[in-house]
Design a binder for this molecule. Structure first.
Ligand code: SF4
Length: 550
């Protein structure tokens, strides 16, 4: 069929008449259509339109909307295609005629693949936010809050032994498809039994020595196969197979060769957890333990508005592999918000996101006031509440000297970078004076030498001290309450929209899932807002209410 890009899809009269008759009491999709019109424009997705010309039953703009509806309703591709075909409210939303047969459901996966391939996922999100802005539902310079949660990869967690065995098995299966005759010449007689079935825990040896022996044998098999693949006689295209590259990297992570003998690495000489491949079937997933949760997969960070007026809309979504800690994401989120012209004036975050340099950078570069508790001083004196912690020392930044509570001036001031690359100052007090000081037990445990301090460079140190004092006040605690609501958003996403379970393989597709989830949540929230429902307060149990009233 010939299809022409359109930016307008007016609701046909017969659809309007029947929809209004059926939904006398209102319907969220009709409310949204009446107030927001179409969410997307075909002209913004010209590349898609060009690449899929002749195959479309619906425009890219309408397919974008269908993808979001799918997440709002929790439907499969086949189900949402049937719903669009049969539901009057969806036809009203999409501006379709009542007798329109809709579209073949397989077009949705093609559309998702095209959005990913053409790098249009971010645009999908930004265009919707711009649409909300145009309709006065969203403004910059308000209040926003952020939190994160873990996301389980769509693959089974594998221990180290299962991982190498399953990787061998996966590579052999791929090679069987690509070059079966060549492969038959490379394999050993026992490989059929060893790598035929899945590497499940129950069929592996229980004793540690036997497990290690098996790991070494798999390692030797892997080296044998890799050297065959990278030999001059192997077909060149085998070396470009993604899974072969994954296996090569995994073998470096798990084994080393010493005088042609294969060794199984110990945890000590393995790469950092953030770099370790966890599964041959999802090479982006990483493992991490945070407090009492251990998971393999990803982390998603949601940022939402939290002003007193208007709906709370999610304005930023970031997906990372699980190894990335929250504090690494603070500058990324701020840059992303600035790119969308949606920087807040106040940003509420928990301790994991806030480092002293973030407070300074957010204020100086983006005009954002970070509101949240900073890490407490972890020195012995601060932890025990006894003696002189950093805050007891007066720092004279101009003179590059510190004065201790006993009035002694420091004799050493060295500006360096610490292991994390941050600017710090090493300060030392004169050993002789410290030795005869009557307050020495309150100051240092060192048996020799004077008190030493390692502090952050000036702007970060000053802001850290100020924040540590401020966060003890009732005023701060009252203000910080505003952050709590984002936990409800995470809860809504996980309970209703499976935010914590990746549907797809890989970081890019998992992020796409999160963008669609978030857009679904935003649209649902706008519908509730437009229908005049008040924001729900964070629920408290009867017991909590009793205690707070007492
Ligand atoms: S031990 Fe040294 S630094 Fe500490 S209070 Fe005494 S003189 Fe000052």
């Amino acid at each position: 069929m010939t299809f022409h890009a359109r930016d307008e899809f007016p609701v046909p009269d017969d659809t309007t008449r029947v929809a209004r008759h059926v939904y006398r009491k209102g319907n969220k999709y009709m409310t949204i259509r009446d107030n927001l019109g179409l969410w997307y424009r075909d002209s913004r997705y010209a590349e898609l339109f060009t690449s899929m010309r002749g195959r479309l039953a619906l425009s890219p703009a309408l397919l974008n909307m269908v993808l979001i509806i799918q997440f709002i309703e929790g439907l499969t591709d086949r189900q949402v295609a049937e719903e669009v075909r049969g539901r009057i409210d969806l036809k009203y939303l999409l501006g379709m005629r009542l007798e329109d047969p809709g579209f073949e459901y397989t077009i949705l996966s093609e559309h998702r693949a095209r959005l990913l391939a053409d790098d249009l996922v971010a645009q999908l999100f930004v265009d919707m936010l711009d649409h909300f802005k145009t309709h006065g539902l969203l403004t910059a310079h308000g209040k926003q809050r952020t939190d994160s949660t873990h996301v389980l990869a769509a693959v089974r967690s594998l221990n180290r032994l299962e991982r190498v065995g399953e990787t061998m098995r996966a590579v052999l299966n791929v090679l069987t498809e690509l070059a079966p005759q060549w492969l038959l010449k490379q394999i050993e007689p026992d490989w059929g039994d060893r790598y035929g079935p899945r590497f499940e825990q129950y069929r592996l040896p229980k004793k540690e020595r036997e497990r290690e022996q098996l790991a070494v044998e798999i390692g030797a098999d892997g080296y044998h196969l890799l050297s065959a693949i990278f030999s001059d006689t192997a077909p060149g295209y085998l070396r470009t197979v993604e899974l072969v590259e994954t296996m090569r990297r995994l073998w470096i992570q798990q084994y080393y060769l010493e005088e042609d003998k294969v060794h199984w690495r110990t945890d000590k000489d393995s790469p950092p957890p953030g770099e370790r491949i966890q599964s041959p079937y999802d090479q982006d997933a990483r493992n991490r333990t945070k407090r009492d949760v251990n998971w393999t997969g990803y982390t998603v960070h949601l940022t939402e508005t939290c002003d007193d007026e208007g709906p709370n809309l999610i304005v930023d979504v970031q997906t990372t592999d699980a190894s990335v800690v929250d504090s690494e994401m603070t500058p990324v989120i701020h840059q992303s918000l600035a790119d969308k012209d949606l920087s807040p004036s106040e940003h509420y975050l928990d301790t994991g996101y806030i480092e002293a340099e973030h407070i300074v950078t957010a204020r100086n570069e983006y005009g954002i006031d970070l509101v949240g508790p900073v890490m407490p001083d972890t020195s012995r004196q601060a932890r025990q509440g006894l003696g002189f912690d950093q805050s007891c020392f007066f720092i004279d930044w101009e003179a590059k000297q510190a004065r201790c509570p006993e009035g002694q001036l420091s004799e050493r001031w060295q500006e360096r970078k610490n292991k994390a690359g941050k600017d710090v100052v090493h300060i030392g007090f004169p050993p002789l004076q410290c030795h005869i000081c009557g307050r020495r037990p309150d100051c240092t445990n060192a048996e020799v030498g004077g008190r030493s301090l390692v502090i952050l460079a000036q702007p970060e140190y000053s802001i850290l001290q100020e924040r540590r004092q401020r966060q003890k006040t009732e005023e701060f605690k009252e203000r910080y309450h505003r952050r709590a609501g984002v936990e409800g958003t995470i809860s809504q996403g996980t309970r209703s929209l499976e935010l914590r379970n990746a549907r797809y393989i890989g970081l890019a597709k998992t992020h796409f899932q999160h963008v669609l989830t978030v857009l679904g949540m935003d649209v649902a929230r706008v519908a509730v807002y437009l229908e005049g429902e008040l924001k729900a307060k964070t629920r408290q149990s009867r017991f909590q209410l009793l205690v707070s009233a007492a």
